[in-house]
Design a protein around this ligand. Sequence first.
Ligand SMILES: *[C@@H]1O[C@H](CO)[C@@H](O)[C@H](O)[C@H]1NC(C)=O
Ligand SMILES: *[C@@H]1O[C@H](CO)[C@@H](O)[C@H](O)[C@H]1NC(C)=O
Ligand SMILES: *[C@@H]1O[C@H](CO)[C@@H](O)[C@H](O)[C@H]1NC(C)=O
Length: 324
Amino acid sequence: MRLSASIAVVALIALNANTAQAWGALGHTLTGQIAQQFLTPTTASKVGQILPAADDGLLSDVASWADKIRFLASFKWATPMHFFNPVGDDPPDHCTAGYVYAGQDNVNAVLNMTATLKEYEAKAPKTNASATVRQQALMFFVHFMGDIHQPLHDSSRLRGGNDAPIKWGKAKNNLHSMWDTLLIEKDVTDRFGGDPDAYLNDTLNLAHTYWTDAPTWTDCDPAQNTATTPWSATTDSVKTLCPIQWAADTNALDCSVVWVDYSPTRDYSTDYFQSVTGPSSSYLLQKQLAKSGVRMAAVLNEIYDPSAKPPLTKRGLARLPSEH
Ligand SMILES: *[C@@H]1O[C@H](CO)[C@@H](O)[C@H](O)[C@H]1NC(C)=O
Ligand SMILES: *[C@@H]1O[C@H](CO)[C@@H](O)[C@H](O)[C@H]1NC(C)=O
Ligand SMILES: *[C@@H]1O[C@H](CO)[C@@H](O)[C@H](O)[C@H]1NC(C)=O
């Protein structure tokens, strides 16, 4: 397994200044790296066949592709797929993420891309054009699975916090961009000397040993996942796929922590940072990244290696990264 992408990741951190639209490149890279650890060999090999050869079968390599192509006219249709604006959401007083299918959004995106992957698994692409559709669906899937776990991608207030200015030490920023990028980069810097590999290892270790609810992350509650979508016939059979529930869980964080005591004059790099990272938060930020990766792997395994068990369901028996 490759965990030696730190040079590339450091380069991506430098690029982050330009990307204020999704978990920053580092966040997306981490979700892809976490997922990779939980793919079965069969799934990993299939993923390697689908992705562009240059990406070496690495989900982390393609995790930010959807942000890079975002402003191309030919992909305009996908722009609303990066976020979900729940109707009636008013954090921190009232969080709601009831879902009704109404076209493009982050929830629909996860369902659509899964359906596309499943359809091409049942009936392999016969032309280069359809192989491209499948490849792009996988790259989109990885990205949108990251976005759905970023609380400000599931919040209607002030354009998901993009229009919520904040202070970050002496700098100015906004709540959304801070969650995409600043919190993660500071967490990696402060606790791991800026080494994203060490942060990745720590996050995997927490998933295996610390978060006691980790075995339930891949459980779907049918009562929460009832919306009818154009892909229901294809996606309902994927037992670990529940983006409606994930969006609701993520949105709940908008009321419990993300928007609590919001103020444009508050310095978010101090006590707020402490309240969402590290031990005093039960490693909340890392947990969102871990959930994204584990769930991504579960869905991909279900599509490409149906006999695989969901990751982490048998705690203690789960393979550690080095055993792959
Ligand atoms: C679903 O995804 C495909 C690409 O795989 C895209 O062309 C289509 O517009 C999407 N449809 C909806 C309704 O999201
Ligand atoms: C499909 O892609 C392959 C490999 O890139 C190429 O050799 C082939 O010419 C392409 N076929 C068509 C019909 O474009
Ligand atoms: C992360 O874990 C991998 C696999 O166990 C190990 O090879 C690597 O040295 C670790 N990296 C860091 C920075 O701790």
